[in-house]
Ligand binder design. Structure first.
Ligand code: TYM
Length: 327
């Protein structure tokens, strides 16, 4: 079976963009792929985190991923910091990555703008991500569009490493879904929907109730025309609704556009599709919260399986690079 790996950060609550761009594809893949899904807590600490909140958010994210359909009996769900090889591989890959390459990363430019403290970890963040992927001989990395550049960098790093040290690392490809790869903020549809604290009117949280979902979609910004057409530049608001409805119902945004000629019915159907998608997730989440030990056990088992694979890769890397064995 081909191997899939994709991770998610435990910072802020999971939102509709995470679900449509990434998570729902992971859920679908887990039966046809050997799937690894780290909760990337080491990535989260590139910005300051309250320790108690990070601990709670990590467990809560695991519960959300399971509620959304990731089955820890089928895929490998684990916490990144439980597998020490992630940071070990990240270090040696940092020594195979160019400073200039990291300086070109869009996400670093975005995240380092307007903050008081830019950590060195934020700068080398994509190399840790490359280590996540390369530790598991990953074939495919299913992600939203914002991670495209990071996966391309991962390929470059793997190829450079292999050119220096022999064919040690598998070179992965990204997979970006035809709909849902770029879910935008409902109030500012030129900005991507992102994790944000509190009740943001432009973001739909995974656990949001039907009334809030309907209200937010009804109030989503569109435009003063009346034509339903998929055109991200000229009609970002309408295109976002088409993208959401498409991703929620397994269609392309263009196919959805052909079925509507007014905004009202498009908004209604979009809202109902999202409500239907989220309802079972909320139910299952509540069940999982009743027994946190079950989730903790699943994460421990996941870390064991992941750790075995990671240790084997790291042994290959050490040997290829010429580190003296401990003996
Ligand atoms: P993160 O935690 O920001 O997001 C998790 C996944 O959700 C996708 N996503 C979106 N998709 C569509 N529309 C949106 N508005 C939207 N916002 C987020 C992301 O593309 C991602 O697939 N660096 C990564 C985490 C990571 C990772 C990895 C991913 C660490 N190691 C290894 C893949 C492989 C991140 O911060 O994702």
């Amino acid at each position: 079976m081909p191997r899939v790996l994709s991770g998610i950060q435990p910072s802020g609550d999971v939102h509709l963009g995470n679900l449509l761009g990434a998570l729902q594809n992971w859920v679908a893949d887990q039966h046809s792929h050997e799937s690894f899904h780290p909760i990337v807590d080491l990535h989260a600490v590139t910005a300051p985190q309250d320790p108690g909140e990070l601990r709670a958010a990590t467990l809560r994210l695991a519960q959300m991923l399971m509620a959304a359909g990731l089955d820890p009996e089928v895929c490998v769900l684990f916490v990144q910091s439980h597998v020490g090889e992630h940071t070990q591989l990240a270090w040696v890959l940092e020594c195979t990555t160019g400073f200039g390459e990291l300086r070109r990363m869009h996400q670093f430019k975005d995240k380092s703008a307007d903050v008081d403290f830019v950590s060195a970890g934020l700068f080398t963040y994509p190399v840790l991500q490359a280590a996540d992927i390369l530790l598991y001989d990953t074939d495919v990395v299913p992600v939203g569009d914002d991670q495209r550049q990071h996966v391309e960098l991962t390929r470059d790093i793997a190829q450079r490493f292999n050119a220096r040290y022999g064919e040690v690392l598998a070179v992965p490809a990204h997979r970006i879904p035809p709909a849902g790869a770029r879910v935008m903020d409902l109030q500012e549809p030129t900005r991507k929907m992102s994790k944000s604290a509190g009740e943001a009117p432009g973001t739909i949280g995974l656990l949001e109730g039907p009334e809030a979902v309907r209200r937010k979609i009804r109030r989503a910004v569109t435009d003063s025309e009346a034509e339903v057409r998929f055109d991200r530049d000229a009609k970002p608001g309408v295109s976002n609704l088409l993208e959401i409805l498409g991703a929620a119902t397994g269609r392309t945004p263009q196919e959805v556009a052909a079925a509507y000629d007014r905004y009202g019915p498009l908004k209604n159907d979009c809202a109902e599709a999202v409500v239907e998608l989220l309802a079972p997730i909320r139910r299952r989440f509540d069940e999982l919260c009743a027994d946190p030990a079950e989730t903790q056990r699943a994460l421990a088992a996941g870390a064991k399986t992941a750790g075995d694979v990671a240790a084997a890769t790291m042994a290959r890397v050490r040997e290829a690079m010429g580190f003296l064995p401990r003996g």
